[in-house]
Design a protein around this ligand. Structure first.
Ligand SMILES: *Cc1c(COP(=O)(O)O)cnc(C)c1O
Length: 398
């Protein structure tokens, strides 16, 4: 999966371009930077590769979500519908703007179940935030229809699905805005970084200003900029953007290898009795950075995970037991352990939502295992891995 597995001369060249000028900041210093604008260049590449009008690079995927929410006007009292299975950054960002994360069931797509979304809509619902988890996508047509029907904003957390598509459109470019993360373990990396993508000029201009202290970037230098609103600092550095410029050029090849290995592993596991695979709303758009599959029972799944651990097989993700990705172990959220003061009614509402039982999500996640499709393995190592996974899965269902 991760871009860091392919890292080399191209990345070094781009970073050295920046080191040679010594201008590590993305704004200003026009004369000294000798024409090097790595962040601007990467934003242009992102627009053209993924097919969006505007892209604003920021310092992380979490910062991208926060920036997008601020630009979309999400805040105090607003409810944001998001899945029970995601990375903690999704609810961190919602809380960071003062809104309420309304945790909502997933189905075997490992993403928001549109029926559960409908059930959770209240007069305070302002936005739906699907998370395209583990390289594949949410039911975008259904979610878009719900947004239209109830007049809601749609923000795609596509941090884990860079390069994936849904009915021909890139994930992250379908909603009112979308985000990628370029952290070290994502499909494409900048070391750290993220981007807000949108086709809405107003959302872009606000994202551009918000991520740099509210600067309007219209002055002749930073000192001459006006500040139409209060912002924050979520800037990316030129060094990080430089890495991304090399990485985006590798993306086609990354996706090609992931897809062929994914097919190989899926074929191998298809023979195992009772094993089923994640629902993918548009198979042709899967980035194939993970293969996710289900056993018929939780007991079989636990057995498989134990067998893999005994065999010292790396890369077996049983999200149900993992404290980063699934609501079951988010104790800090359930107890609303916040360092700074929040409105008491926000805290009470959050606690009430996240401490409710989620039997539908549990039934899905307790039987699910995901395994990353790495690029670093040789073909031989990968074939061996496929055979081993098949053997252990067959033993688990015996
Ligand atoms: C990685 C990730 C993020 C946050 O990205 P960072 O760049 O690590 O801040 C947000 N959402 C999801 C689903 C992610 O996987």
């Amino acid at each position: 999966m991760p871009g860091y597995e392919w890292f080399g001369a191209e990345e070094r060249k781009e970073v050295n371009d920046v080191l040679e000028t010594g201008i590590l900041m993305r704004y200003g210093f026009d004369a000294q930077r000798k024409g090097m604008w790595k962040s601007k260049e990467l934003e242009k590449e992102i627009c053209s590769y993924f097919g969006c009008e505007y892209a604003q690079l920021v310092s992380s995927g979490t910062a991208a979500l926060t920036t997008a929410m601020a630009a979309l006007g999400i805040g105090y009292g607003d409810e944001v519908i998001m899945p029970t299975f995601t990375f903690v950054a999704s609810f961190e960002a919602v809380l960071s703007v003062g809104a309420i994360p309304v945790l909502t069931d997933v189905d075997e797509s490992l993403t928001l179940d549109p029926k559960a979304v409908e059930r959770n809509i209240t007069p305070r619902t302002k936005m739906i935030m699907p998370v395209h988890m583990c390289g594949s996508m949410s039911y975008m047509d259904e979610l878009k229809a719900i947004c239209q029907k109830h007049n809601l904003i749609l923000l795609e957390d596509a941090c884990q699905s860079i390069g994936g598509t849904y009915k021909g459109k890139h994930l992250g470019t379908i909603g009112d805005a979308g985000t990628f993360s370029f952290d070290f373990v994502k499909i494409m990396t900048c070391g750290e970084g993220g981007v807000v993508m949108t086709n809405n000029k107003d959302v872009f201009i606000k994202s551009d200003g918000y991520s740099d202290h509210g600067h309007d970037h219209l002055g002749v230098d930073r000192g001459a900029d006006l500040h139409p609103f209060i912002g924050y600092n979520f800037r990316i550095s030129e060094l990080h953007a430089a890495v991304g410029l090399a990485q985006i050029k590798r993306l086609d090849k990354v996706l090609e290898v992931q897809r062929s290995r994914h097919k190989q592993l899926k074929n191998a596991l298809s023979d195992v009795n009772g094993l089923s695979f994640r629902i993918v709303p548009d198979e042709s758009g899967d980035t194939c950075s993970f293969l996710s599959f289900f056993f018929e029972t939780e007991a079989q799944t636990q057995k498989f995970v134990a067998l893999c651990s005994e065999a010292k097989l790396p890369g077996i993700f049983y999200w149900y037991n993992n404290n980063w990705h699934y609501i079951r172990k988010w104790d800090h959220l359930k107890n609303a352990v916040l360092l700074n003061k929040f409105p008491p009614e926000t805290i009470e509402k959050v606690k009430q939502i996240v401490n409710a039982p989620f039997p539908q999500s549990d039934a899905v996640m307790s039987r699910c295992v995901s395994t990353p499709i790495n690029l670093g393995w040789t073909d031989e190592q990968f074939a061996e891995r496929c055979a081993k996974l098949k053997e252990l899965a067959a033993e688990a269902v015996k």
